[in-house]
Design a protein around this ligand. Structure first.
Ligand code: ZN
Length: 570
């Protein structure tokens, strides 16, 4: 692509052109902004060059030679790129025809192999990401070994766009962000508020059943608290500026752990009352640069589904097993597959003795073994304060998201001087575990919207059932059906507006309502409903009581899908 650009714009200057996930980009300094049609022109030139000069050669060059050669050509960015290569590193040059470029290579052996590519978009990009340096034009593209694979990838990208949670957030009236409230702060609309409520309800039930106790801590605390916790020192850049109350600086909290530590040390603790499992849906505030905030996925204030477990070293494996079992249960309920990574002691800058790191790391592995969970190893990926297990979930589009985590902490018990009395009467430090299952409600639900493409499972759907009378005279029966379902706390919408039935059906379909119940004269007479599951899956007429039974079952089991009654189905 770069050689094609050089042919078309001989005065072009070239920046970086790396391969990235799903493709590549190249940063270019061109005499004028690229126009519509330019990408096609470049693609055409690429095809010509691939045919005309398919041979690729590689040469190892000296730093001085290549630097002089690029400087003579006026390639100022490339000269800078050469200077960025660490001293002593081998510098390789790949060339075809009269084009050459710095490249670690090889990405391909010849240019006349059958492969398919597409230049996708152009965006502005500051040279080396520095807003004080020139703004370059970045061309994004992708390449595959076959046209079929390329077509499949482009289709996938379309689907990613269609499922974008910001797009669906507006389309389905789920959430908003407002310039007047500031970037990175999410407003949950009623239709998403109920989804969150259902998730929180599920979350609390699972926690209470597993011996967690709810705690609540304030959003604001004296700055001094975060000096004790070390957040000021290690995390200060992510925290908001202090505010003065009675001439004392206060901060909004970036984490819930200091608050839970304060509760722990309000009185002496005995080994007999451990483990303590304290859970809080704790809202925290962290500074993210305005350039990186993104819908619900990267925000400046969010609610963590947080919990801290205080336990003895002996209890650690069992506590870990309990957390992992909970994570597995919750992630599976939402239909996520995942990979769990055991992150061990970092090589640099970590606290605590080797023995305690080894013990905790072994406890994490033991806990996983107890619940039969496979762990990938992330050597040296631990936090400075202890080892951890991190989860990456895979969504319906095959993308990976980081959310669940369980982390051992040797630091905070020390900083807050947390203790308990062991069975021999000695005062010792408890082990502190931080853990989150969803990560944050904002990020998790933003991801869920995309995972489901706005088609929430029955138990989560903002509206679960739409009752649609065929004509006006069937409205009383429709209202009676809706009322019965509402009495059982189903979220039901009776669509008895005096508009054409097809229009109302379209609206309910647009809103991704899991079930449409269409009722007319016959249904009213028989006490039945014509049930249409979401997504053209056929229709069945059944007594309304039978539908209520089906709805109860889908809700109770948190079923991921509605039944498929289309004729093709077995
Ligand atoms: Zn914590």
């Amino acid at each position: 692509m770069a050689s094609a650009v050089a042919k078309l714009w001989p005065e072009a200057k070239f920046g970086f052109g790396p391969s990235i996930e799903h493709g590549f980009y190249y940063d270019l300094d061109l005499p004028a902004p690229l126009e519509e049609g330019d990408l096609k022109r470049i693609e055409k030139e690429m095809r010509r060059i691939a045919k005309a000069a398919p041979e690729l050669t590689c040469a190892v060059v000296s730093r001085e030679d290549i630097r002089a050669r690029l400087a003579a050509l006026g390639q100022i960015y490339k000269v800078e790129a050469v200077d960025l290569i660490p001293a002593g590193e081998k510098i390789t040059l790949y060339s075809h025809g009269d084009w050459f470029d710095l490249c670690e290579g090889p990405h391909i052996d010849r240019l006349d192999r059958p492969f398919a590519f597409k230049l996708q978009s152009v965006a502005g990009a500051y040279w080396r990401g520095d807003e004080k340096r020139p703004m370059l034009q970045r061309i994004y593209g992708t390449a595959f070994w076959s046209e079929e694979d390329l077509a499949r990838h482009l289709e996938w990208l379309e689907e990613v766009k269609t499922r974008d949670h910001r797009r669906l957030g507006t389309e389905l009236d789920l959430f908003s962000v407002h310039a007047e409230a500031g970037a990175g702060f999410v407003f949950w609309h009623p239709r998403l508020g109920i989804v969150r409520h259902e998730i929180e309800d599920f979350w609390w039930r699972e926690h209470i059943a597993r011996g967690y106790q709810p705690v609540y801590s304030p959003h604001v605390a004296r700055e001094q608290l975060f000096a004790v916790s070390g957040h000021l020192e290690n995390y200060g850049e992510m925290m908001y500026a202090p505010m003065d109350l009675d001439d004392v600086p206060y901060r909004v909290k970036p984490m819930n752990c200091p608050g839970h530590s304060l509760i722990y040390r309000t009185r002496g603790r005995s080994y007999r009352e451990l483990p303590l499992r304290w859970a809080e849906l704790g809202t925290v505030y962290r500074y993210e640069k305005s350039g990186v905030v993104h819908g619900m996925l990267r925000v400046r204030g969010f609610t963590q589904d947080d919990a801290h477990i205080f336990c003895t070293p002996e209890q650690l494996p069992e506590e870990i097993a309990g957390v992992l079992d909970l994570i597995h249960h919750v992630l599976s309920t939402f239909g996520f597959e995942y990979t769990a990574y055991l992150a061990t002691r970092p090589e640099q800058k970590s606290i605590g003795e080797d023995a305690i790191w080894e013990r905790a790391t072994r406890a994490l592995a033991d806990g996983a073994a107890r619940v039969g969970m496979h762990l990938e190893l992330d050597e040296g990926g631990g936090a400075f304060y202890g080892p951890k297990i991190d989860f990456k979930v895979r969504d319906a589009l095959g993308r990976e998201w980081q959310n669940s985590t369980v982390q051992c902490d040797f630091n905070l018990p020390e900083r807050f001087d947390l203790e308990y009395t062991d069975s021999s009467g000695n005062r010792v430090r408890p082990i502190m575990l931080h853990r989150a299952v969803l990560g944050s409600l904002e990020r998790f639900v933003g991801g869920l919207i995309e995972h489901y493409g706005g088609r929430f499972p029955f138990w989560l759907a903002p509206e679960q059932v739409a009752v649609i009378p065929i004509r006006e005279e069937h409205a009383p029966y429709a209202r009676a059906v809706a009322k019965e379902l509402f009495a059982e706390q189903f979220r039901v919408r009776c669509m008895d507006e005096p508009t054409h039935m097809n229009k109302r059906i379209k609206t309910a379909q647009h809103d991704r309502v899991p079930f449409l119940l269409v009722v007319g004269g016959r249904e009213a007479e028989d006490g039945t409903v014509a049930v249409r599951p979401r997504g053209e899956r056929g229709q069945r007429t059944m007594p309304s009581a039978e539908f209520a039974q089906l709805a109860r079952q889908l809700r109770a089991t948190r079923a991921l899908d509605v039944p498929d009654w289309s004729e093709a189905a077995p």
